[in-house]
Every structure is written in structure tokens, then in C-alpha cells.
Design a protein around this ligand. Structure first.
Ligand code: NDP
Length: 330
């Protein structure tokens, strides 16, 4: 098996040299195990936190051991009754070409008429996150005005479509011009954060939605949060899904200076981790599988080819080089 590992904890934005591509001979399969040829690997922002060597809501990666992440692939050998050769599965032994794992850590792919990699994006963890954040955490109501940051990414691009389908003005913050264009094509007012101070971004949000927002779907933190706080309506709900602007910081950054807006607007801000709400995943894919298959949901992918491209794909998340879900195809 060829896999990636890291031998030290990165400081700041990792460089490509952090990622070592190594080879390991796999042991013969034991009872209850399967061997999977991975076809698609997911790279996700949360993986940066796992490189730091501290336990957060999830264990850190172990230096020298294969990195982990979501993957889909095909069973090539099985010593478990649940899977046979040729079955398509999703599991967490990514960052490698061939994975060997206990069968109970793999799940069969559902059979909607969608490409298999959709189960890593719009019908996988990111899609479920968008749904949970909007509906369970932010309690979005019909007609609410909704602001989404990192709105052209995997989570954000579904969050804006769900919000749009449910009502009021939807505004998306993004950097990459192609994302801004795509947002406009969805009827979402697109606001660029690039080159703007928090005050300028705040003014741009006010132009985009003078009434203010009932819901802020937070993926970025930093200036986006500060600008959003200035544009809340009374009773607003903020679902804190991610704060990617901070993931490469070596020291804690100061919070926005205007947190008092939470008080002034009687707003509620709640962080969440999608795996605490995974009981919604099955309902989510049963509802959205057909909607993705029919083309009603416009999901996008940025695909890097080959195991060698994994570090670039991962690092591209921090420069915004992905449109929709960032994936590696093997
Ligand atoms: P994305 O596909 O959105 O990729 C990340 C995007 O973030 C980039 O494309 C870039 O787009 C934007 N970005 C990167 N750095 C910055 C920055 N400094 N300032 C502003 N924007 C930036 O990733 P995901 O959809 O997978 O994840 C989105 C967020 O959701 C992340 O914060 C992630 O950690 C979080 N998340 C949380 C989960 C949970 O359970 N709570 C589960 C899954 C994801 P641009 O071109 O706009 O700059």
C-alpha cells in the first residue's frame, strides 16, 4: 500500500514537504477484514487540526502512521460475510491507494444514480453538515435571510442551495471569482471578501441585504464573522460549522471586537460537529439522493488526479483553489 504520513507537526500553513509518500506491505487479511482499492479520496479542512498532535473532538494523526480520511473504493478481497469482491464501500482509511480495515468500519454505498464520489461530498459528510447546520443548529425558517461564508465550497455550496429553496435573501461570501460567478448563477448574491477589511466586508453585506440576516452559516471566522455580526437581525442564529481562516494560526487570534452584537441583536451562536448529529445522515441521503441524481442540486467538484496530487489538493483548500468538493481520483 502507498500511503501518506507526516513525521512532524506543522507550524502555520503546511508545506508540501510535510507529506511523505511511503510504501508498506500489507499483512495477509484476517477474519473480519476487507481490502479495498481506493478510487476517490477526500481532503477536508478538519484534517489540518488533526496534524497538530492535540486531541480536539477527534484524535490527532499519529506521526509516521498513514493519515486518515474519507474514501470510496472497491473491495478487492474480503474475509467478512458482509462484503464480497467488487462491492463499493465508503470508509475512513484514505490518503492511500489500497486500504485494509475491519469490515465494520466500512459501509456499502447506497444505490442512487449518482457518481460514487458524490458520497464523499454532496451526499456525504459535507452535504450532511450543510443540512444539519441550517436545519438543526440554525433552525432555519421559511423566508429567513441567510448568510453563508466559504459559500462556494463543499459545505457552503449546498447550504446556499438549501437556504435558497427555503426562502428569503441568500448571500454567499467567497474569494475565488469562479465561486462568485457560480453563486450568482444560483440566484445567490455573491460578496467577495478578498481585499476587504472587516468594515468594508460589513458594508458590502449591508448593501447585499439591508434588512440583515436571520441566519449566519459560519465556515470561516475572522473578518467574515465580524462583518456578519454587524448585519444580524434581532433573534439571529449563527451555526458555527468551521473557522478555516484560523486553522493555520500558530497562536490563538483575537476574537471579533464586536461580539456585543450578539447581545444587541439577541442572537444565538452555536458550534456543532456533524458526527454528533449523524442520525440524520440516512434521512438526508434518502431525501437528497434522488434530488442529486435528477440534477436539481447543482454540486461541483474539483478533481486532482493521482496519489501524488494529494498534498496539493489538501493545501488548495486553504487558498480556495477548489470549487465545490475537493477530491483526489486514483
Ligand atoms: P470548502 O470546500 O469550503 O473549502 C474551503 C474553502 O474555504 C476554500 O475553497 C476557500 O474558498 C475558503 N477559505 C480558505 N481559507 C480562507 C480564509 N482564510 N478566509 C476565507 N475563506 C477561506 O471546505 P468544506 O466545505 O469541506 O468545509 C467548509 C467549512 O466547514 C470548514 O471550515 C470546515 O472545517 C467546516 N466543516 C465543519 C464540519 C463540522 O462538523 N462542524 C464538517 C465539515 C466541514 P474561497 O475561494 O472562498 O476563499
Amino acid at each position: 500500500s502507498r500511503y501518506y504520513t507526516i513525521h512532524e507537526h506543522p507550524q502555520g500553513l503546511p508545506s508540501k514537504d510535510l507529506f511523505a509518500l511511503e510504501t508498506r506491505e500489507l499483512a495477509p487479511l484476517e477474519d473480519g477484514e476487507i481490502r479495498v482499492r481506493n478510487a476517490w479520496l477526500s481532503v477536508d479542512p478538519y484534517m489540518r487540526g488533526r496534524m497538530d498532535g492535540v486531541t480536539t473532538y477527534i484524535e490527532p494523526f499519529t506521526l509516521g502512521e498513514p493519515l486518515e480520511g474519507a474514501a470510496v473504493g472497491e473491495v478487492i478481497e474480503s474475509r467478512d460475510g458482509r462484503f464480497k469482491q467488487g462491492d463499493k464501500v465508503r470508509h475512513m482509511a484514505g490518503w492511500r491507494d489500497v486500504a485494509q480495515l475491519p469490515a465494520d468500519q466500512a459501509e456499502p454505498l447506497p444505490e442512487f444514480d449518482v457518481p460514487e464520489q458524490a458520497y464523499l461530498g454532496v451526499l456525504g459528510m459535507p452535504g450532511t453538515t450543510a443540512w444539519v447546520g441550517l436545519n438543526v443548529i440554525a433552525n432555519m425558517q421559511k423566508g429567513d435571510n441567510v448568510l453563508v461564508s466559504a459559500a462556494g465550497g463543499a459545505v457552503g455550496s449546498l447550504a446556499v442551495q438549501l437556504a435558497k429553496a427555503n426562502g428569503g435573501t441568500v448571500v454567499g461570501i467567497a474569494g475565488d471569482p469562479k465561486k462568485l460567478e457560480w453563486l450568482e448563477s444560483q440566484g445567490v448574491t455573491a460578496v467577495s471578501y478578498r481585499g476587504k477589511s472587516a468594515a468594508e466586508l460589513s458594508a458590502a453585506l449591508k448593501d447585499a441585504c439591508p434588512e440583515g440576516f436571520d441566519v449566519y452559516y459560519e465556515n470561516v471566522g475572522g473578518d467574515c464573522l465580524e462583518a456578519a455580526l454587524n448585519n444580524l437581525r434581532v433573534g439571529a442564529r449563527i451555526a458555527v460549522c468551521g473557522m478555516i481562516a484560523r486553522y493555520n494560526d500558530d497562536a490563538p487570534a483575537a476574537g471579533p471586537g464586536n461580539l456585543a452584537m450578539i447581545l444587541i441583536r439577541r442572537a444565538r451562536m452555536q458550534g456543532f460537529i456533524v458526527f454528533d448529529h449523524w442520525e440524520h445522515h440516512t434521512d438526508f441521503i434518502n431525501e437528497f439522493g434522488p434530488r442529486v441524481a435528477s440534477g436539481e442540486i447543482d454540486y461541483q467538484e474539483t478533481v486532482h488526479e493521482g496519489l501524488e496530487s494529494l498534498p496539493d489538493a489538501f493545501l488548495g483548500l486553504f487558498s480556495g483553489s477548489n470549487q465545490g468538493k475537493m477530491l483526489v481520483k486514483l
